[in-house]
Design a protein around this ligand. Structure first.
Ligand SMILES: Cc1cc2nc3c(=O)[nH]c(=O)nc-3n(C[C@H](O)[C@H](O)[C@H](O)COP(=O)(O)OP(=O)(O)OC[C@H]3O[C@@H](n4cnc5c(N)ncnc54)[C@H](O)[C@@H]3O)c2cc1C
Length: 389
């Protein structure tokens, strides 16, 4: 076994860490308070090649492995989760379906500007009526005179309303199978299509600088060739996309937990009580030691899942395991880091207050942690585990 990152991966980690500390950190509090995605930072991320990291160079990508992608997300999340989720959703959810299931022509048209960061794409699976039961999709698309006519709505869609969002790939019911089940297809909708409406931003608990909207589709017409991949397997395609996204969101959890650890160690050395630094008390040491153990263990789970994917081996169960574990420990780490900071942890000037608000959604997005348990149980061959997919 080899636990070392390659020299390239280590260099890349340094580069992203420097970017996160020098460019993102000084503005993290202000972006969070404003609740707006800073497009100048997105532009710089594009220039660094972050949005094209795991995609082939022929489409403007960097041709890096998926583990490198996870390292980038981890390093950004160590400083700011809103920017980390912007990257994760742009790559893992927005561009990946086009890369995995697009035709050559679709990739040239849509993937190239996504890789360079000139444009962002979103992924619309969840609907106001439900996310976990994704097969309950109500949005419909019917074929009429060579065009798909789409009607319905989507909820909580990340990166769907930025000034550079070019496309949203949505799931829609396009027919019925012989056994009565819905046929769900994936269709690419350019955001300038008439009838496509972006509702105003949600007021979120965390990830406040990330762009999240409800979307409405009122007789939205797109050409027939905007269908992505197999018309009968749109749902399965989305689920495959989520296998990758789960590793990436787990990397976000590791980064956030690492940020909690770093802030806690620093504060425990500086803050004094009863004439000694609080870090001299075992009660505080144990909290910090527990965060350290959790971060390292979660990182191993995430890197293993990413490595399996990079080796072309099955990784579905490992992806769920990494997502479940890393996001659970991220929430725990944020709670304990806030506690280490005492009253100041509850004040927004200290990053741990933001980490605390940002952590919770990790247990919800890209499939709730209940769903991950079902998927892990299913992988173990347990009966009755048939929800969500
Ligand atoms: C900030 C944010 C960004 C997001 N970005 C995107 C995006 O870009 N694209 C996208 O498509 N979606 C996105 N989502 C949606 C997210 O994936 C869903 O919120 C999530 O899948 C859960 O769906 P739901 O909210 O409808 O909860 P529900 O499905 O209504 O679930 C509610 C609760 O019931 C539990 N539950 C449901 N069924 C079962 C069961 N059978 N057994 C046990 N427990 C069960 C769930 O685990 C959960 O705890 C985002 C969400 C948020 C908050």
């Amino acid at each position: 076994m080899d636990f070392d990152l390659t020299e390239e991966q280590q260099e890349f980690r340094k580069l992203v860490r420097q970017f996160a500390e020098e460019v993102i950190a000084p503005r993290a509090e202000e972006m969070d308070a404003a609740g707006e995605l800073p497009m100048d930072i997105v532009k710089q991320m594009g220039e660094l090649g972050l949005f094209g990291l795991p995609f082939p160079e022929e489409y403007g990508g960097q041709g890096a492995d998926f583990l490198t992608m996870c390292i980038a997300i981890e390093e950004i999340a160590r400083i700011d989760s809103s920017i980390a989720i912007t990257l994760e959703a742009a790559v893992g959810l927005g561009a990946t379906p086009i890369h995995l299931f697009g035709t050559e022509e679709q990739k040239r048209k849509w993937l190239v500007p996504l890789c360079t960061g000139e444009a962002l794409a979103a992924f619309g699976l969840t609907e106001p009526g439900g996310g976990t039961d994704a097969e309950a999709t109500r949005t419909t698309a019917r074929l009429e005179d060579g065009q798909w006519v789409i009607n319905g709505s989507k909820a909580f869609i990340t990166n769907s309303g930025t000034p550079i969002t070019s496309i949203v790939t949505v799931t829609a019911v396009t027919g019925q199978r012989d056994d009565g089940r819905k046929i769900i297809s994936a269709i690419v909708v350019p955001t300038d299509t008439p009838g496509f409406e972006v509702a105003k931003s949600y007021r979120k608990v965390g990830w406040r600088a990330s762009d999240t909207h409800e979307l409405a589709f009122n007789d939205v017409r797109v050409p027939e060739d905007h269908l992505l991949g197999d018309p009968e397997r749109g749902f399965a395609q989305f689920m495959a996309t989520l296998d990758d996204g789960r590793i990436a969101i787990a990397a976000l959890g590791v980064g956030l937990a690492q940020g909690c650890l770093d802030e806690s160690v620093k504060y425990a050395k500086e803050r004094e009580a009863f004439g000694r630094p609080i870090g001299a008390y075992q009660g505080i040491q144990f909290k910090i030691a527990d965060i350290k153990v959790a971060v390292e263990t979660a990182r191993l789970a995430v890197y293993k899942a990413a490595w399996l994917k990079d080796q072309g081996r099955p990784y579905k169960a490992e992806s769920s395991l990494a997502k479940l574990y890393a996001t659970t420990i991220a929430v725990d780490a944020a709670r304990e880091a806030l506690q280490v900071h005492g009253g100041y942890g509850y004040i927004e000037e200290f990053p741990v207050a933001r980490y605390y608000r940002d952590a919770k959604v990790l247990e919800i997005g890209e499939g709730t942690n209940e769903l991950q348990r079902v998927l892990i149980a299913r992988d173990l061959g347990l009966p009755g585990t048939s929800f969500g997919e």
